[in-house]
Ligand binder design. Structure first.
Ligand code: SF4
Ligand code: SF4
Length: 75
């Protein structure tokens, strides 16, 4: 699961940026963005956004079976 930022909603307050434990978030044109390759998939950014501008979801290119296998391997 990865964060998806709604650029229309995000007001660039920076709360998610300061709370990201991997320190991989920043602002691009005043909107939150992050480096997906380095994301730890913790979900904190989505939790702390005061206006719910971040959803935490499966990337559309992944199929559910592959994700299930990948997470089993991680444990
Ligand atoms: S899910 Fe966690 S590591 Fe990834 S961008 Fe959000 S806060 Fe950072
Ligand atoms: S906390 Fe929400 S509104 Fe603030 S910069 Fe992050 S995504 Fe945007």
């Amino acid at each position: 699961m990865f964060p998806v930022v709604n650029a229309f909603k995000c007001d660039g307050c920076g709360v998610c940026i300061t709370r990201c434990p991997a320190q991989i978030m920043g602002l691009i044109n005043g909107k939150a963005a992050y480096l997906q390759m380095l994301c730890e998939e913790c979900g904190i950014c989505a939790e702390v956004c005061p206006i719910d501008a971040i959803r935490f979801e499966l990337p559309k290119c992944y199929d559910a079976a592959e994700v299930h296998e990948a997470y089993q391997f991680k444990r």
